[in-house]
Design a protein around this ligand. Structure first.
Ligand code: NDP
Length: 329
């Protein structure tokens, strides 16, 4: 049976373009489970894959889409059967394996998690890789000892997917979440999600640059890297913890050892892509219990497959806020 997919191709001059094409089942990759994809997400990494930036995609033609949710149509694996609702995030799907921007996906069962009770497939993509990663960061900070009474938690890249969901989850769990954003036009939306206060990125970076600055935050969730991460490390309280998730502002990190050896702070790396099954299932179930879909609805936008190339440019330019959902099925 034919199905529609957004196929990303690279021409001999190196230019990468994507178009919606009709494919047949013979084009599907190897895998034990076939999923009828209903919803996918648009993440920063999808922006890279759709434009060829960052060299994440090695083989063309390619189907991008690093996260999706849908219904199993065929399975050769005993854990899944036709009709099961599933979520896929990570495992380099959409990068080195064909991803979710297709009505059909064929995948390794190890990569799937069952849709938690109470969630629909659209809900799962409102949360997506962004929400899963935000929850993994919070859990890592909690394992390090962070508690609501420890003090404020700074979230950078706050108007983006991971940042906005991190703000909401922290607020739901009783933390004082401080949002750092380059786009103050989204301040009201962030306050609506539970941000206790909003910091403007340029003002945050412009303050006098000292090796150590006033200790303000018990923890931080950083989606940006670069100068912002270097700056915030100087403002973490004694024995505080920082979760490093992303590099939307750069991969470099300029710092000194002083925040680490004088304040005993720690920098914790977060990776959602290769998270073991049990940790992913636990995080999904916890998010499903506390996510406020009504409160987050204003930060959700839907696009069709053929609108993705334009949306990819927008997310890389830092112009997208909240979550962009792709209506696939
Ligand atoms: P989004 O594009 O939705 O959000 C990124 C946000 O970062 C933007 O909204 C903007 O926030 C800020 N930003 C963008 N460009 C710059 C810049 N040049 N300088 C400073 N800030 C900037 O992306 P996601 O939320 O999907 O992902 C955030 C980051 O986390 C990405 O780097 C992504 O690759 C990474 N990631 C990592 C994962 C992991 O497993 N480690 C999983 C998921 C994502 P604002 O306008 O509020 O300042």
């Amino acid at each position: 049976m034919n199905f529609r997919a957004l196929v990303t191709e690279r021409d001999t001059s190196g230019e990468v373009t994507s178009s919606v094409q009709e494919l047949d089942d013979n084009r599907l990759p190897q895998g034990e489970v076939t999923v009828q994809v209903e919803w996918a997400g648009l993440n920063y990494k999808d922006g890279l894959c759709l434009t060829g930036a960052g060299g994440l995609v090695r083989t063309y033609p390619h189907v991008a889409g690093i996260d999706f949710a849908g219904t199993v149509s065929e399975s050769a694996d005993s854990r899944y059967g036709a009709g099961d609702k599933v979520i896929l995030t990570g495992w380099r799907v959409g990068e080195t394996h064909w991803g979710g921007y297709s009505e059909k996906a064929r995948v390794d069962p190890e990569w799937l998690v069952p849709l938690p009770d109470g969630l629909g497939t659209r809900d799962a993509m409102v949360i997506g890789t962004a929400g899963l990663t935000a929850m993994l960061a919070i859990e890592r900070l909690e394992r390090a000892g962070l508690r609501p009474e420890s003090g404020p938690v700074l979230v950078t890249g706050a108007a983006g997917g991971v940042g906005s969901i991190a703000i909401m989850l922290l607020a739901k769990l009783g933390y004082e979440a401080v949002a750092l954003s380059g786009r103050t036009e989204h301040a009201a939306a962030l306050t609506g999600l539970g941000a206790a206060s909003i910091l403007e990125r340029d003002a945050f970076l412009a303050k006098p640059d000292k090796v150590l600055e006033s200790a303000r935050y018990a923890g931080a969730i950083d989606n940006v890297g670069g100068r912002v991460l270097g700056k915030l490390l100087k403002q973490i309280k004694y024995d505080g913890h920082v979760a490093s998730i992303g590099n939307a502002g750069g991969i470099e990190l300029e710092t000194t050892v002083l925040p680490f050896i004088l304040r005993g702070i720690s920098l914790l790396g977060i990776d959602s892509v290769m998270q073991p099954y049990a940790a992913r299932v636990r995080a999904w179930e916890r998010i499903a219990r506390i996510f406020d879909f009504g409160g987050y609805a204003k930060l959700v936008r839907e696009v069709e497959l053929d609108e993705l190339p334009a949306a990819a440019g927008e997310i890389l330019a830092g112009r997208v806020n909240g979550r962009t959902l792709v209506r696939v099925g």
